[in-house]
Ligand binder design. Structure first.
Ligand code: ADP
Ligand code: ADP
Ligand code: ZN
Length: 228
């Protein structure tokens, strides 16, 4: 590969953190700022459930219980989305990988395509904050912009800042009980990926307890470096 091609190689950024860490919020901001594509396996799975595809039917009960959907289903969905033409500048993986099996499959998928991980960013938040963040989360039904009862209300009450929509949704799995199951899954299966990426020399960290803007500043600086 010549030097120019190397420089324009698409960025692959992984956001690694528990439910409520702010992955979706930050991925949307990075998407707007850098033209990278947010690729959220949670969003893709919810779409599959809504469309009642075969994968969606299989995933539904597991998601409602706060468990992890099988690697096979998640990988099939991810592969399909990565192949879309809008990912040429790069992707922000939001909520993927979540198991070591997924991390290894991602390594092979990227190798096949001549791509490499630019950074895997660990976003640490404590368990109490997580429950509070998830419990207060709501989303614009029109454009998917994320809000929070305490931490991020729309500028005008009841009206989306981005699309002026007035309908909002709350996820059924964002309740205190399911959040505990999701946290258990995170600690058992996803947290070990921090060491996985540290070993590969691509691990970075931000303080997930900081403000949305402070974290966006740190991530923006990181992405500017890897896309320079
Ligand atoms: P994740 O995608 O990691 O599950 P989200 O980005 O959906 O997390 O954030 C969870 C909730 O917390 C949302 O309601 C969001 O508005 C809010 N939030 C995100 N980042 C922060 C932050 N740094 N401080 C306070 N609230 C935040
Ligand atoms: P959050 O970041 O708030 O935990 P997501 O939207 O990323 O939520 O995921 C919601 C649910 O979708 C998870 O609890 C899990 O059941 C399923 N899911 C999402 N991504 C994956 C993945 N990579 N592997 C397995 N299950 C996943
Ligand atoms: Zn909106």
């Amino acid at each position: 590969m010549n030097e120019a091609a190397t420089q324009t190689r698409p960025a692959v950024l992984i956001l690694l953190g528990p439910p409520g860490a702010g992955k979706g919020t930050q991925a949307r901001m990075l998407q707007q700022r850098f033209g990278l594509v947010q690729l959220s396996t949670g969003d893709l799975l919810r779409a599959a459930v809504a469309e009642a595809t075969e994968a969606g039917r299989q995933a539904q009960a597991v998601m409602a219980a706060g468990g992890l959907v099988s690697d096979e289903i998640v990988l099939a969905i991810l592969r399909e989305r990565m192949a879309a033409p809008d990912t040429t500048k790069g992707v922000i993986l939001d909520g993927f990988p979540r198991t070591e099996g997924q991390a290894m499959a991602l390594d092979s998928l990227l190798a096949e395509q001549g791509l490499a991980i630019s950074a895997a960013v660990s976003m640490a938040v404590d368990d109490d904050a997580m429950v509070r963040r998830v419990s207060g989360r709501f989303t614009c039904a029109g454009c998917g912009e994320g809000y929070h009862d305490e931490f991020r209300q729309p500028r005008k009450q009841g009206v989306c800042d981005e699309c002026a929509g007035t309908a909002f949704t709350r996820r059924a799995d964002d309740n205190a009980e399911t959040v505990r199951a999701r946290l258990t899954a995170y600690h058992a299966q996803t947290a070990p990926l921090i060491a996985y990426y540290d070993k590969r020399g691509v691990l970075q960290a931000v303080d997930g307890m900081g403000s949305i803007d402070a974290i966006a500043g740190e991530l923006g600086a990181m992405v500017s470096k890897v896309t320079a």
